[in-house]
Write a protein that binds this ligand. Sequence first.
Ligand code: SF4
Length: 338
Amino acid sequence: MNDRDEILVRIRDLSVTYHTRLGPVSAVDHVSFDIRRGEILGLVGESGCGKSTLGKALLRMIAPPAEITGGQILFEGEDILTFDERRLRDFRGRKASMIFQDPMTSLNPVQRVEDHLVEAVEVHEQKVDRANVLERVATLIERLGIQKRRIHDYPHQLSGGMRQRVMIGLGLVLNANLIIADEATTSLDVIVEAKLVDQLREIRDQYGVSILVITHNIALVAEIADRVAVMYAGHLVEMGSVYQIFDHPLHPYTRGLLRSVPSIKLDDQEELYKMAGEPPNLTHPPSGCRFHPRCPDRMGLCSQSQPQLREVAPGHWVQCWLYQDHPEKESPTLEVTE
Ligand code: SF4
């Protein structure tokens, strides 16, 4: 078996609910998927679709008024939802880490780069030899493309791209197996973003780490990901290899997302496609398929009954009645070409 076929994280039936004054909002609703060891998985969807909530749930960083209301997150076979505080702290540093859009909110402005990294090791490892750790930190920083001397800098002295790499380093210094990058390139300019994307790929190749890239930028995912998961209104609606999603998108929402990406080939006269309608209010989600009020392919059945996520070709999953049989269905199942 290839390393990349091995499952690192199994998410099963995961639900996260926000308790608001207007009622419960099911931001993540019975979502199941796997993250393979050493893969880059892109998680995409519009703002408010639940992708960042899902990312935080993977590290159990969900705080009131939100709550994980069901499911399992099996990391190397162990359900992190059962961990006590001590095990959770250890898991967050040594096994998985997260980088956010603005690294300044995670880095301590009065601590040098070196202090951040050394402290991460000292908190999580026992009997630490400081000289040894300093050498480890300096080597890591160089491998991340930052000059060794910059480890004496404070976060504000670094560029945005360097700060993101320091955040990645905080996970790698402890040999984390999973890095979750939540809109990590959004605040960077395109040149720095392209460099960071290259580096994420190099890091995956060198360290064999799995990377979950959460973004609304579908073009970024096309460049970096091995597989792609598409979320809509708290549901996982399609998942497959980057080729399956970009060359043979099946779910009408995925097709709409791809058509909405500006292309340099776009004719002057041609208007950019705009998906009809707005994402739903999740205090009162639409009945049946949550996408039905906006879907150009909807059938009568779609507003009455919710389709399940089904594997329609090897590794290609879709949650849509177009690809599933139902006695009340008005049109025949479409043929899937891979
Ligand atoms: Fe559209 Fe129906 Fe498929 Fe939903 S189930 S995406 S409404 S065709």
